[in-house]
Design a protein around this ligand. Structure first.
Ligand SMILES: Nc1nc2c(ncn2[C@@H]2O[C@H](COP(=O)(O)OP(=O)(O)O)[C@@H](O)[C@H]2O)c(=O)[nH]1
Ligand SMILES: [Mg+2]
Length: 390
C-alpha cells in the first residue's frame, strides 16, 4: 500500500529532492523522516528513507576524511561503441592483463596491489561492433570512498564483468563482491521488477517508459509523483512493477546490471580443480549470469567474451538503407525488442516524425523487402529501409 503522507511530510520531501549539496540533502532527509508519522503504512517508506540517509552520511564522512571537501576526482568515463562494460574485481585478479589482451589498451599489469588507480578504457572488437571495456580500480575489501567511486562507475555502465582469480579462493571473492555490490545498490541478477526515476534538466512533465509490465496506471504514477511535488521526471519501468516499487524508487538507488563472470588464471590450476570450482560457483551464481574460464596469460577462451557480452546485454544490430541505395556497412545497435519506429528515431527525428512504412530484409522479414508498420519488431541482422510521408 502506498503511504498517505501528511502535506508537511510531502513538502519536506520536495525540499529533499531539490537539495543541491550533500549536507542539504542529509538535513532535508532527516527533517522528512521526522515528519513522517510512524505506523504500519509508513514502515517501508521509513526503512527506505533511513537506508538512503545512512548512505548519504557515509558519503559525507568519506569526504571529510579526504578533507578536500569534494570527494576526489570522479571516475566518469565517456561512453563509446555499442556499450560500456566495467571490469570489477579485487586487486590482482588480472583485470589489467585482460583489458590489455582484449583491447590493446596500454595499462600497467603488476604484481603490486592497487596499481590501477583510475579507470582505464579500451575497445573490444566483436564482429562489426565494438564494446568499450573499462577497468575499474580494484574494490577494497575494507570499503571506503574509493569504492564509492568504483560503484558510481559501475552504476553508469551498461554491463559488468566480474573478474575472479581462480587460484585465490574465487568462491569467497564472488560472495563478498556480490554482496558488497548489493549493499551499495547494484544488483547483478535481474529482479522481478524495478523502477528508475530520472530527474535531469530539460525533462518536461512525467514521461513513463515501460520495458515491462506495469501493475498500475500511468495516472497512478503521475498522482503519486505529484503528491511528492515531482512534476518533471522520466520513469523507467523494468519487469513487473507495482505502484509501491515506484515510491520505493524515490529513495532507493538500486540498479540492475547485466553481468558475466570471468574465472581468470586458469593456467595456474589443473582441469580437475577447475571443474570443481566451476561447479561450486555455478551453484552460487544466478543462472542468467554466464561464467567463463579464461587466462589473460595464454589467451584461452578470450575469443568468446564479445559474443557473450552481446547476448547478456540483449543487443541487436540493424543495417539501415535509404530507399534508393545500399545498406549501411556499420550497424545501428539497439536493444532486443526494438521496433521499426525505434530504428527511425535512432537515425533522425525527421524520419520518426514523418514515418510512413518500412521495408525489411533479413531475419524478421517474412520475405525479402516485406513492407511493415511502425510497431514491427526488428531482429539482429535485419536491413531496414524507412520510407517517409511524401
Ligand atoms: N598466471 C597468470 N597470471 C596472470 C593472469 N592474469 C593476470 N596475471 C598476473 O596477475 C597479476 C595481477 O594482474 P593485473 O592485471 O595487474 O591485476 P588487476 O589488479 O586485477 O588489474 C600480474 O602479476 C599478472 O601478470 C593469468 O591469466 N595467468
Ligand atoms: Mg589493474
Amino acid at each position: 500500500m502506498v503511504t498517505n503522507l501528511p502535506a508537511e511530510a510531502r513538502a519536506k520531501f520536495a525540499k529533499y529532492m531539490e537539495a543541491k549539496t550533500l549536507e542539504e540533502k542529509i538535513k532535508a532527509l532527516e527533517e522528512f523522516i521526522s515528519s513522517v508519522p510512524k505506523h504500519k503504512g509508513t514502515e517501508n517508506l521509513l526503512y527506505w528513507a533511513k537506508k538512503r540517509l545512512a548512505e548519504l552520511r557515509e558519503e559525507l564522512e568519506e569526504r571529510k576524511r579526504k578533507k578536500t571537501g569534494r570527494g576526489g576526482p570522479s571516475f566518469f568515463i565517456e561512453k563509446e561503441g555499442a556499450a560500456q562494460v566495467v571490469l570489477l574485481g579485487f586487486t590482482k585478479a588480472g583485470k589489467s592483463a585482460l583489458l590489455r589482451r582484449l583491447t590493446g589498451a596500454k595499462v600497467e599489469v603488476s604484481d603490486y596491489p592497487y596499481t590501477t588507480k583510475t579507470p582505464v578504457p579500451g575497445m573490444l572488437q566483436y564482429e562489426d561492433i565494438q564494446f568499450q571495456l573499462v577497468e575499474a580500480p580494484s574494490i577494497i575489501p575494507e570499503g571506503g570512498g574509493w569504492n564509492t567511486r568504483v560503484i558510481g562507475l559501475a552504476k553508469n555502465a551498461d554491463g559488468l564483468i566480474i573478474v575472479l582469480d581462480v587460484s585465490q579462493d574465487p568462491i569467497d571473492s564472488f560472495t563478498r563482491l556480490s554482496s558488497y555490490l548489493k549493499d551499495h545498490g547494484l544488483l547483478i541478477s535481474r529482479p522481478r521488477g524495478y523502477v528508475v526515476i530520472e530527474k535531469s534538466r530539460g525533462i518536461k512533465g512525467i514521461q513513463i517508459i515501460s520495458y515491462g509490465r506495469l501493475m498500475c496506471t500511468h495516472e497512478d504514477i503521475k498522482k503519486l509523483l505529484e503528491s511528492y511535488r515531482i512534476y518533471n521526471a522520466v520513469v523507467k519501468v523494468y519487469g513487473e512493477v507495482e505502484l509501491d516499487d515506484v515510491e520505493k524508487a524515490l529513495f532507493e538507488h538500486t540498479m540492475y546490471k547485466p553481468t558475466m563472470v570471468l574465472l581468470n588464471k586458469i593456467d595456474l590450476i589443473s582441469r580437475s580443480e577447475l571443474k570443481y570450482i566451476v561447479e561450486k560457483l555455478r551453484s552460487l551464481v544466478p543462472s542468467e549470469i554466464p561464467i567463463m574460464c579464461v587466462s589473460a596469460l595464454t589467451g584461452e577462451n578470450l575469443g568468446y567474451i564479445g559474443s557473450t557480452l552481446f547476448k547478456i546485454l540483449e543487443l541487436i544490430r540493424v543495417y539501415t538503407k535509404p530507399p534508393t541505395g545500399k545498406p549501411s556497412e556499420k550497424p545501428l545497435v539497439l536493444r532486443r525488442g526494438a521496433t521499426v519506429l525505434d530504428v527511425a528515431k535512432a537515425i533522425h527525428s525527421d524520419l520518426y516524425e514523418k514515418f510512413a512504412y518500412a521495408r525489411i530484409w533479413g531475419p524478421s522479414a517474412k520475405y525479402p523487402g516485406q513492407r511493415v508498420g511502425a510497431n514491427h519488431v526488428v531482429e539482429d541482422g535485419d536491413i531496414v529501409e524507412i520510407n517517409i510521408k511524401k
